[in-house]
Design a protein around this ligand. Structure first.
Ligand SMILES: Cc1ncc(C[n+]2csc(CCOP(=O)(O)OP(=O)(O)O)c2C)c(N)n1
Ligand SMILES: [Mg+2]
Length: 434
């Protein structure tokens, strides 16, 4: 297993990738001195991309150029330490369903059948599917908008997701909300995505705390982008999870863009996994286009969570292969960058791994599996298209929680808290203002 040692001063002297970089005085060449500490970031990748983006201004025009080497050969899939043949094939199937469902959604949008926009996780299917696959059914997931594959793994069908995008009466929110803004706290243990970036992190930490109060250490998983990780609430939520040893598995999905802002203009650390050092928790880097690496890191983080040892930050490096949403043609992305990452397509590489390298799927079995996914999807799409829109009279129902509309019960047992006998506690303010 590749281990990367990095001293903090070394990270601090990294020159900014777009020429704006700070230059702290370089430490003496050679070994770290006694005054320098060394931290370890586990790096599962089989390649270390060596390029960055530079902003170029010509008059009013701003564009980005890639600097560095884009010619490196495509790495193989790293064999999993934990996944069986059958589990690998299952993850591959989820990834296919994820991609094909999004292609179907794009077509539905172009036919005018979608209400609102469509968000894509193109190129990120390995990260969504293999991460959620590491959770147990009674653990919790908080997906973001690109993690539609995670929703499939947690038990939502492509039909649910397509109906949601079309605001149909039978969709998870019965036409009340658009895109992937839905969850299921009763059966599937999925917290709905929260638009304000980072807010899912303290919420999921709270879920882990709730489970602990009920006597269980569970793994809870959520995601944040390279852009969203800059928010204050990311720090607050992860720091809270760290000091409370809560089983949060945070995937930082570094897909190189936040809207049209390149990652190189979003942060100065070389790898976002380095942020883990400041929280006092493990930081791991994976190739987000390699399902086996994603699963292994997620599995190890979930096991740590179940042992009650606290959170893990996993940085998954990949590329957002479309614009922010369907309205965005991503013209600002340099074409060679797309070409580089297209060669690293997570599905094509996993397919090669399963069919040619491991020979766990014959060509015929693979074709049958793909046909099977197509058939499932077509049936779901036809059902979704034919299903009715909500009745206008129902619009005001189910928006606010009415008394008794749903009961929130402890999932794992009664909270282990003692009831006091001294009556209500006096507030601090009451004491001070006396
Ligand atoms: C706190 C907050 N700031 C800004 C936004 C607007 N916003 C929505 S998505 C987005 C870009 C997010 O980029 P990133 O976190 O890298 O995720 P990606 O879209 O690449 O998956 C922004 C700025 C928001 N939703 N919440
Ligand atoms: Mg991003």
């Amino acid at each position: 297993m590749a281990k990367k040692k990095r001293t903090l001063p070394k990270a601090a002297v990294r020159t900014g990738s777009n020429g704006r970089g700070h230059r702290a005085p370089a430490p003496p060449a050679g070994k770290a001195t006694a005054a320098q500490r060394t931290y370890t970031i586990l790096d599962y990748r089989l390649e270390n991309p060596n390029f960055n983006l530079r902003q170029v201004r010509t008059g009013d025009e701003v564009r980005y150029e890639v600097q560095g080497d884009l010619s490196a050969p495509v790495p193989p899939i790293r064999e999993s330490k934990y996944l069986s043949k059958q589990q690998c094939i299952e993850i591959y199937r989820w990834m296919l369903l994820n991609r094909k469902m999004e292609t179907a959604l794009e077509n539905l949008y172009k036919q005018g059948k979608v209400i609102g926009g469509v968000y894509f996780g193109l190129g990120q299917e390995a990260c969504s599917c293999a991460s959620a696959y590491a959770l147990k059914p009674d653990e919790w997931l908080g997906p973001m908008i690109r993690n539609q594959g995670s929703l499939l793994v947690r038990g939502f069908s492509a039909r649910d997701i397509m109906m949601q995008y079309m605001a149909k009466a039978g969709s998870p929110t019965k036409g009340r909300d658009a895109s992937s803004h839905f969850g299921d706290i009763e059966r599937r243990n999925v917290v709905a995505p929260i638009s304000t970036l980072g807010d899912l992190i303290p919420v999921l930490a709270g879920v882990a705390l709730g489970a602990r109060l009920q006597g269980r250490n569970i793994a809870v998983m959520t995601y944040i982008g390279d852009g969203g990780q800059s928010t204050g609430v990311t720090y607050e939520g992860l720091n809270f999870a760290a000091v409370q040893d809560l089983g949060l598995v945070l995937f930082v999905e570094n897909n190189l863009w936040g809207y049209s802002t390149p990652a190189d203009m979003q942060f100065r650390v070389k790898d976002l996994a380095e942020r883990a050092i400041a929280y006092g928790i493990p930081g791991v880097i994976v190739d987000g286009t390699d399902a086996c690496q994603v699963y292994d890191a997620a599995h190890e983080a979930c096991e740590r969570a179940r042992r009650g040892e606290g959170p893990t930050l996993i940085e998954a490096k990949m590329m957002r292969m479309k614009g922010h949403a369907i309205h965005d043609a991503a013209e600002y992305v340099p074409k060679p960058l797309f070409e580089y990452w297209r060669k690293r397509d997570c599905i094509a590489r996993f397919e090669t791994f399963l069919v040619n390298v491991k020979k766990w799927l014959s060509r015929e079995e693979n074709l049958k599996l793909i046909e099977d996914v197509d058939r499932e999807l077509e049936a779901d799409r036809d059902f979704a298209v034919a299903s009715p829109m909500p009745e206008p009279e129902s619009a005001a129902g189910g928006v606010y929680c009415e008394a008794g509309c749903h009961e929130i019960k402890p999932k794992y047992g009664m909270p282990k808290a003692k009831m006091g006998t001294a009556g209500p506690k006096r507030t601090e303010a009451a004491v001070h203002l006396k």
